[in-house]
Design a protein around this ligand. Structure first.
Ligand code: ADP
Ligand code: GLC
Length: 473
């Protein structure tokens, strides 16, 4: 099958979170299982020049708001598979990737340009795989074009939900400017008096997916549906949950280029050297006995930072270290800063985005905290499992699908998991984890259980291929 994957971000070209990891890896995995896939993503100011191998289309004319706009497309295989990067400076050469009031317009343009590009590339794709609200526009455009343009007649769409909390809402009066003027198109976007790109994708794509089985159920409930749970329920026979994979070319403790020492499930000795280096890097006293609790995240309400704030003092009282990497809401950044000031010999923080450090933390830490309020999939718990860093998570979304609570009696399970969003429940699991940590045999077993799980992208890619086939039924 010929598959075009569209995404607003993709590693290594751009990344603000897990969507970037997924979109960078999936097209490569699809090729590995025999599909003819390619990726289309914007070329941002932040995209490194070394990734732009050559110009694929020099004059990509896009009819935009009634006028021709000349964009370009670069070609690359820096993620290990064919990628086209749409270069349109007035939309994408900005200080940050997202966060502008007219983001909906920037991505409406991206979708429109991507479909122009696909036509220029030749044979029509069987599948256009769209990710999150940024790509809802193309779902509607293709559903419409299918009836008017024979090129698109046999193309089907898959829309993947990575996070329902972000929906790309805008004034419905803007729609016609982007060429959406029929009743069908307006109805697709219409949501509570405005237009929603997420709703449009959900409403018209041929098949829907989300990034874990459990999240597939959660978004059918008002609590996690953000006003669209009714639509997800209505289309639930078209929805499946496929848990993301881990790209072992990027996240593998045996080969990770960010590390000076390496290790694997059979021989984990190198992890101690990584721990030592990590403590040194954060200017913490090097005592390898107490564990390091780590967290790497966007500092938003989604990630359960309140629970981490509530238990941080108790963790420090056990003599453990805490290392946090991330940036986001001021109140959370302030909290980590205060904690560091309070216990400078136990706490290490880095405010900002730093990939090299993310790898070093995964390798050097002992436990990873992820008490999310909601978590569609979550990648860091999977990276943690691979790196022998035991996750302590809340049983929601992909965290529930990928982490099994450890049972000290039969030695099964790969982490610690609690259900209710309550600090005392989280703390209970942290104490349980500490008991396990101080029993070396038990801990080794736990690490082994996590490190040997097969959460490869090839597995997930095979499920996507089945999903693509289902679009024809
Ligand atoms: P989300 O997409 O909701 O942010 P995920 O767990 O799916 O959550 O993915 C987050 C990704 O972003 C991971 O690859 C993680 O390592 C990375 N990440 C998050 N914050 C930072 C940061 N401050 N520096 C480096 N990488 C980060
Ligand atoms: C979103 C979700 C995260 C998921 C990622 C990739 O950013 O918040 O849970 O892992 O998308 O699917």
């Amino acid at each position: 099958m010929r598959v075009a994957v569209l995404s607003a971000e993709a590693v290594p070209y751009s990344k603000t979170g897990g969507l970037g990891d997924v979109a960078g890896a999936l097209p490569k995995a699809l090729r590995a299982v025999g599909e003819d896939s390619f990726l289309i993503t914007p070329c941002y100011l932040q995209t490194k020049g070394e990734y732009l191998w050559h110009t694929a289309v020099d004059d990509l004319w896009v009819n935009w708001r009634g006028k021709p706009y000349r964009a370009q497309a670069f070609y690359s295989e820096a993620n290990g598979s064919p990628t086209f990067l749409i270069d349109a400076p007035s939309f994408f050469h900005r200080d940050s990737i997202y966060g502008y009031t007219e983001d909906y317009e920037r991505f409406a343009f991206f979708n429109h340009a991507a479909l122009e590009l696909i036509k220029r590339l030749g044979a029509p794709p069987d599948i256009v795989h769209l990710n999150d609200w940024h790509c809802g526009f193309a779902a509607v455009e293709i559903a419409h074009l299918r009836y008017w343009d024979s090129y698109w007649r046999n193309t089907r769409t898959v829309f993947s939900i990575h996070n329902m909390a972000y929906q790309g809402g805008f004034d419905i009066g803007e729609l016609w400017k982007f060429g959406f003027s029929s009743d069908f198109e307006r109805n697709a976007f219409a949501f509570n008096g405005y237009a929603s790109a997420m709703k449009a994708g959900l409403a018209v794509a041929d098949m829907l997916s989300t990034v874990s089985r459990r999240y597939g159920f959660e978004i059918q409930q008002p609590e996690n549906g953000y006003g669209l749970d009714w639509l997800v329920r209505q289309r639930s026979n078209r929805l499946i949950g496929i848990v993301n994979g881990v790209d072992f070319d990027v996240w593998n403790p045996a080969t990770d280029t960010a590390l000076n020492s390496h290790f694997n499930a059979q021989n984990i000795n190198g992890k101690q050297a990584c721990k030592k280096e990590l403590l040194e890097q954060f200017s913490l006293p090097v005592d390898l006995e107490p564990p390091i609790f780590a967290n790497i995240t966007r500092l938003t309400g989604q990630k359960g930072i309140d629970l981490m704030m509530a238990v941080a003092g108790d963790i420090l009282a056990t003599g453990s270290y805490i290392i946090s990497l991330g940036s986001g809401e001021q109140r959370y950044e302030d909290f980590w800063q205060r904690l560091r000031d309070y216990a400078p010999r136990q706490v290490g923080i880095f405010r900002g985005y730093n990939e090299d450090l993310a790898h070093k933390i995964e390798a050097g830490a002992d436990l990873f905290m992820m008490p999310s309020k909601f978590e569609p999939c979550g990648l860091n718990q999977m990276y943690s499992l691979r790196y022998g860093t035991v996750p302590v998570v809340r049983a929601v979304g992909g965290l529930d699908d990928t982490v099994q609570n450890f049972d000290a009696v039969n030695g099964k399970g790969n982490g610690f998991k609690f259900s209710e969003y309550r600090a005392d429940k989280f703390l209970e699991k942290i104490y349980e984890a500490l008991f396990a940590y101080y029993d070396k045999d038990v801990w080794r077993r736990l690490q082994w259980n996590g490190m040997t799980i097969d959460n490869s992208w090839e597995n997930a890619a095979r499920k996507y291929v089945q999903l693509y086939r289902m679009t024809k039924s």
